[in-house]
Design a protein around this ligand. Structure first.
Ligand SMILES: Nc1ncnc2c1ncn2[C@@H]1O[C@H](COP(=O)(O)OP(=O)(O)O)[C@@H](O)[C@H]1O
Ligand SMILES: [Mg+2]
Length: 217
């Protein structure tokens, strides 16, 4: 007899994979699309050296997307690579996004001595990827700041951009075709007992703050 738990587990797993694809792979693909789009417009004004640089950046972003896709498919979590490497992953994602979009992205990492669980690493990575991707794509900002602070009992992640902002009261969270990014970020924070606040107004940029409780350690 089929277990009653099994369909639920499969449903959860399918959702997890869908969220991973959206949050880990889409940012790289959006970056590539964005870079190709601007290259199309500026191509004739660029030198052959600039053409080569741009093509290399696009190639790197495509390689990164492939790597993330493999990780998702084979479920190779950050834990395999030790605790410090997840921050290197964040740094390389942000560097790639900055290169491809021309947006200045500053990352202030936490003190290296405070460790967090793989669940926290994954959630923080995905919130950073989604929020910075939104800032570039939707906000059309020129700068994004990302700051992660790890204290004994809590993690605070703040991402703010100087883009065009939006009316977050009027934006339904993933209930229509607008996408699932904002809703996913809230779900990720809530799943770890935390919260995520979105503060934005048209013409005033966007600020996202996620607060996650950490167990004392
Ligand atoms: N940083 C931002 N700046 C401006 N608009 C934003 C920003 N983040 C989100 N938005 C708006 O909220 C909408 C929903 O975002 P999201 O849930 O991530 O879906 P998607 O990115 O797939 O459209 C976006 O389409 C955009 O209009
Ligand atoms: Mg989005």
């Amino acid at each position: 007899m089929q277990s009653k738990v099994e369909p639920y587990v499969l449903f959860e797993e399918r959702n997890r994979i869908a969220e991973e694809i959206h949050d880990r792979i889409c940012p790289h693909l959006f970056g590539i699309t964005y870079a190709v789009h601007s290259a199309e417009q500026d191509w004739s004004g660029m030198s052959s050296e600039q053409h080569l640089d741009l093509l290399r950046e696009i190639q790197q972003a495509a390689a990164e997307a492939t790597r993330e896709l493999r990780k998702t498919i084979y479920d190779l979590s950050a834990s395999e690579h030790g605790d410090a490497s997840w921050l290197c992953g964040v740094e390389s994602l942000l560097a790639s996004q900055a290169k491809l979009s021309g947006v200045r992205i500053r990352f202030r990492p936490p003190a290296p001595d405070r460790r967090v669980t793989v669940h926290h690493q994954k959630a923080l990575y995905r919130i950073i990827a989604e929020a910075t991707g939104n800032a570039i794509r939707h906000g059309k900002c020129s700068a994004v700041d990302v700051r992660l602070t790890l204290r004994r009992c809590s993690a605070t992640l703040k991402i703010w951009d100087n883009g065009k902002g939006f009316d977050c009261g009027a934006t339904r969270l993933g209930n229509d075709d607008s996408g699932h990014g904002l809703r996913n970020m809230k779900t990720l924070a809530a799943a770890l007992g935390g919260s995520l606040q979105i503060d934005s107004e048209e013409g005033r940029g966007t600020c996202i703050v996620a607060r996650l409780p950490l167990s004392d350690g």
